[in-house]
Design a protein around this ligand. Structure first.
Ligand code: NDP
Length: 315
């Protein structure tokens, strides 16, 4: 079965759903294929306090539900399907979904996001979002006067550790080696900061916590020194993983131009990709800011770019 749309948006989250709101309001027939994690990374966070317009904060999943409702209000279709194959060789573009459907599109907006890398140990799954976070700027505020750990040895880990000193009583940086990928200037700042201590050659073996009724909270971690093999237990209120992000671009490999890490390359300040009529927005093309508000902004830009492209092509 084939359905035809002017604009097909692949992926949700603030970028994809904002693109949908703008595209539908521009009177373009629009569908969003929500993908394997409808609503994106925000559905894995708890409270969002830094998105303008929600003065009292809002739960991430609830915020995405509001975005979706707003898109639906202007007749953008949103379906819980994942794109599994794309043909961008000529227009209209073709997109196959895991529901055995095919969509054609005069323009495509890619908003598949990125995923914060995880340690992939069983206890991490249990406490993710309940003391374990992949975003210091999103969740750091909740750790005022608390004890936090940051995992990683790159610039993000340094930046997160320094940022968290604004709130936390103490910050411990855990890194699996004794050498760093981070730039020297960032590393020096971390080393010199009185609130930050380093725990090197160390990895987290297990997250420890409490589960009471429906409430879960992280209370500690087991850390193994990879050289001495010694395992020690530490009390901690929050752990921030800063071990990199993976852009969700597997589907577009060899189709769309990406950088070395896999982020989609956009041209200049626009959302144009190397394929005419295919646009990218949000974290899938942004290794730098990665905020809900910047993703939403680029979703708006992608929709405007797509609308202008269609007008220029008399569609
Ligand atoms: P990086 O890939 O640079 O660093 C990831 C870190 O996480 C590495 O130290 C790595 O260890 C560690 N790591 C990866 N997997 C695991 C694991 N399973 N267990 C434990 N540790 C792990 O990612 P970043 O996000 O830090 O940076 C990405 C890019 O963004 C870089 O180019 C960086 O320079 C840039 N950036 C720049 C900033 C700035 O200029 N202000 C701020 C933030 C990022 P190992 O070293 O052993 O591999």
């Amino acid at each position: 079965m084939t359905e035809n749309y002017q604009i097909v948006i692949i992926g949700t989250g603030p970028a994809g759903l904002t693109a949908a709101i703008y595209s539908a309001r521009a009177n373009r027939s629009t569908i969003v294929l929500e993908g394997p994690q409808p609503g994106g990374q925000l559905t894995q966070t708890t409270e969002v306090e830094n998105y303008p317009g929600f003065a009292d904060g809002i739960q991430g999943p609830e915020m995405m539900e509001i975005f979706r409702k707003q898109a639906n209000r202007f007749n953008a279709a949103t379906v819980f399907e994942s794109a599994i194959d794309v043909d961008f060789s000529s227009r209209p573009f073709k997109i196959k979904s895991d529901a055995d459907k095919e969509y054609t599109a005069d323009a495509v907006i890619i908003a598949t996001g990125a995923s914060a890398k995880k340690l992939n140990i069983p206890s991490e799954h249990k406490f993710y979002g309940y003391g374990i976070s992949g975003c210091a700027t999103c969740d750091g505020f909740f750790y005022r006067g608390k004890k936090v750990f940051v995992v990683g040895g790159g610039d993000t880990a340094m930046e997160d550790a320094l940022y968290l000193t604004h709130f936390a009583e103490s910050v411990t940086l855990i890194h699996r080696r004794d050498e760093f990928r981070a730039s020297k200037i960032m590393l020096d700042r971390v080393k010199e900061h009185p609130k930050i201590s380093l725990m090197l050659d160390s990895v987290i073996d297990e997250f420890l916590g409490e589960e009471k009724m429906m409430m879960k909270s992280l209370t500690g971690v087991k850390i193994r020194n990879v050289k001495t093999k010694e395992v020690t237990e530490h009390q901690v209120d929050g752990v921030f993983l800063a071990i990199g992000h993976t852009p969700n671009t597997l589907l577009f490999q060899d189709v769309i131009e990406t950088d070395d890490v896999g982020y989609i390359k956009t041209l200049g300040k626009s959302t144009y990709t190397n394929i005419e009529g295919v646009f990218a927005c949000g974290d899938v093309q942004d290794p730098t800011y990665r905020q809900a508000i910047t993703a939403a902004g680029s979703g708006c830009a992608a929709s405007i770019d797509a609308d202008r492209f269609l007008t220029e092509h008399s569609q």
